[in-house]
Design a protein around this ligand. Structure first.
Ligand code: GDP
Length: 369
């Protein structure tokens, strides 16, 4: 039997396979540490100790639930970080119930990805409506880009305004940019000093990361949960690079007749099934190729060209790949959202369909732009 090794920092079992799970250490590092008979830290604790840098790790559903349920026992401001490029994939089910009477601030991150011309007020109003639909009652909604220093300055002021002398808990699903944001906060507020502490979260092997504030309170980072419906979890690093936008998205407009299909790389497909000729606006990473073809024969086209003309594809081991179909009736300006990949805005009434790999979701929502 393999010997169990534990991290001297957080106590997690050291493992070398899953990068985004607790206890991860690259095998080369582990080997070196063992050869030198050094104390063994997981990568997360190592980075925290040496670089004051936090890394997101994901929890099991049970641990995440326990952590969420504990929030209502705190007297705190809760900040939920959301990726505005993947709004639907960022939401945490039942969040309002979990936080009890605590104030909730929604933080829409990755503002830099959406068109600059989009008015801030329009975007936050849209987010507010969507939050209300799912029972979230935030005290405020703010937009940031974790990558912009100025945004972090104003964010710190907003946090001061809403925390009213309390602790601040930051929650979010993985990939929304929570660690980038918290690392930016750490850099801005405490610089190089090693002031970060951890506190043990009951019932899990996971420590919460505490960033001290001036008045003896803390900003507390909580681990994320994986949302399986996000495309990112099914992609290899190379494919991920093409898929995840890094810069402001340039929307692409397509005039489509019913009976036409758009392939979004080899990952997803959009069919215009029924309706008058009209324009469709595609919001995707600029690096992803869009291929227009006839709906008739689109299945065979995908079988023939997946991984070549149509790429990247989702690597599942299953060959040839098939996609799952979701059909929608559009009445007015609507977004068809491919979770984590982007969306297509349909302006006129008709029937459309979205296709994605099994496990990923396609949903319909009121148009964002
Ligand atoms: P976490 O899993 O929520 O901690 O997310 P990370 O902080 O690891 O970020 C996930 C991805 O989003 C990374 O590739 C980041 O570089 C990227 N990211 C984070 N914040 C921003 C942002 O404000 N703008 C853009 N364009 N990308 C961001």
């Amino acid at each position: 039997m393999k010997e169990q090794i534990y991290c001297i920092g957080c106590g997690a079992t050291i493992q070398t396979e899953a990068k985004d799970k607790i206890g991860y250490t690259p095998s080369s590092v582990l080997q070196k540490q063992q050869e030198q008979d050094a104390d063994i830290y997981c990568q997360r604790c190592f980075r925290l100790r040496h670089y004051n840098e936090i890394q997101d790790v994901s929890l099991t559903d049970d641990d995440f639930l326990r952590l969420m349920q504990d929030l209502r026992n705190q007297n705190a401001l809760i900040i939920n970080v959301i990726d505005i490029f993947d709004f639907n994939g960022s939401l945490i089910n039942g969040l309002q119930r979990f936080i009890g009477d605590n104030d909730l601030l929604i933080l829409g991150n990755k503002r830099d990805l959406l068109p600059k011309s989009l008015k801030e007020g329009k975007l936050t109003q849209w987010m507010k409506e969507r939050c209300h639909e799912i029972g979230l009652r935030p005290v405020d909604i703010k937009l940031v880009s974790a990558k912009k220093k100025n945004d972090i300055d104003s964010l710190l002021k907003i946090i001061e305004k809403y925390r009213k002398g309390r602790d601040v808990y930051i929650v979010g699903v993985t990939n929304v940019g929570k660690s980038t944001l918290i690392n930016a906060i750490i850099n801005q507020s405490i610089g190089e000093q090693n002031l970060i502490t951890t506190s043990h979260f009951p019932g899990t092997t996971l420590d919460l990361i505490e960033i001290p504030l001036d008045d003896g309170h803390y900003i507390i980072d909580t681990p994320g949960i994986i949302h399986r419906e996000q495309m990112a979890h099914y992609l290899q690093p190379e494919a991920l690079k093409l898929t995840m936008p890094k810069k402001e998205i340039k929307p692409k407009s397509y005039q489509l007749n019913a009976g036409q299909t758009l392939f979004l790389g080899g990952l997803a497909r959009f069919d215009y099934v029924q309706g008058d000729k009209g324009s469709f606006i595609v919001y995707l990473a600029n690096t992803l190729n869009i291929h227009r073809t006839k709906l008739d024969g689109a299945d065979a086209f995908y079988q023939k060209h997946q991984g070549e003309l149509l790429q990247p594809i989702f690597e599942s081991g299953e060959k040839p790949l098939t996609l799952e179909r979701f059909e929608f009736h559009v009445e007015h300006k609507t977004d068809i959202v491919f979770s984590g990949l982007g969306w297509i805005t349909a302006k006129q009434a008709g029937v459309v369909a979205g296709w994605v790999p099994k496990g990923v979701k396609v949903v319909k929502r009121k148009a964002l732009i």
